[in-house]
Design a protein around this ligand. Structure first.
Ligand SMILES: Nc1ncnc2c1ncn2[C@@H]1O[C@H](COP(=O)(O)OP(=O)(O)OP(=O)(O)O)[C@@H](O)[C@H]1O
Ligand SMILES: Nc1nc(=O)c2ncn([C@H]3C[C@H](O)[C@@H](CO)O3)c2[nH]1
Length: 214
């Protein structure tokens, strides 16, 4: 299982599609446009942060169980990032310490239930898409989900800055599996075929080194 990571608009869904088509495997996407809680969360984060987190945790767990049956299936966000989001929101006062405790214990408990073989407790490879604040905003505007637009809510730019800051530390500390970082500002794998090939080659190389690609 290959897991992608990165902030909002980093290009995870786009890369998940490309990569799974390239490898002939299946992609599993985060529940966004059909997620009934996400717009509620952006409107009233304090009220809905915990519910949204449980929603994502449940869906993510379902995806992981399906994705892990075959080498090189692609997941468009890791379960570890859900926790990053929630702890950041909790630190902003949008969840109580008791909610955090329940979430952390539930996550731990669920992870122990994943029927991985001992050697497969984690992804085969984490591919992290690193983007700058300017790229993030540009992509959020390009994609156009209304509740994510900075002009909808003056607190969103600060939220996005904090998220990117946390992601830097998170990637450095991540040690559940082999990992690689791609410069998401530099490689336009959506529009530019040469960039696309370069990105796929870099990932193939890592997969060969890990023995999941011939
Ligand atoms: N490398 C790239 N170069 C140019 N445009 C890109 C790139 N990656 C993504 N985009 C564009 O940015 C927007 C967001 O991309 P995408 O939905 O793949 O991001 P994501 O990481 O899955 O976001 P989210 O976490 O919010 O679901 C889309 O409009 C996509 O076409
Ligand atoms: N609060 C919160 N917790 C999460 O675990 C989480 N995962 C994703 N998201 C938000 C970011 C994008 O708007 C949108 C798509 O990634 O969903 C989250 N928000």
């Amino acid at each position: 299982m290959i897991v992608l990571s990165g902030a909002i608009g980093a290009g995870k869904s786009s890369l998940a599609k490309l990569l799974s088509e390239h490898l002939g495997t299946e992609a599993f996407y985060e529940q966004v446009d059909n997620n009934p809680v996400l717009p509620l969360f952006y409107k009233d984060p304090k009220k809905y942060a915990f519910l949204l987190q449980i929603y994502f945790l449940n869906k993510r767990f379902e995806s992981i169980k399906k994705a892990m049956v075959q080498d090189n299936n692609v997941l468009d966000r890791s379960i570890y990032e859900d926790s990053l989001f929630f702890h950041m929101n909790a630190d902003m006062g949008r969840a109580t310490p008791q909610e955090v405790k329940v979430y952390d214990e539930l996550l731990d408990n669920m992870m122990q239930e994943l029927p991985y073989a001992a050697a497969k407790k984690a992804p085969d490879l984490l591919v992290h898409l690193d983007i700058s604040y300017d790229t993030m905003i540009h992509r959020i505007e390009k994609r156009g989900r209304s509740y994510e637009q900075p002009e909808q809510d003056p607190t969103l730019p600060e939220y996005y800055h904090q998220l990117l800051d946390r992601y830097d530390g998170w990637y450095d500390d991540y040690d559940y599996s082999p990992k690689m970082k791609l410069d998401g500002d530099k490689y336009d794998f959506v529009e530019n075929p040469e960039d696309r090939q370069k990105v796929l080659d870099m990932i193939d190389e890592q997969l060969r080194q890990r023995g999941t690609l011939d």
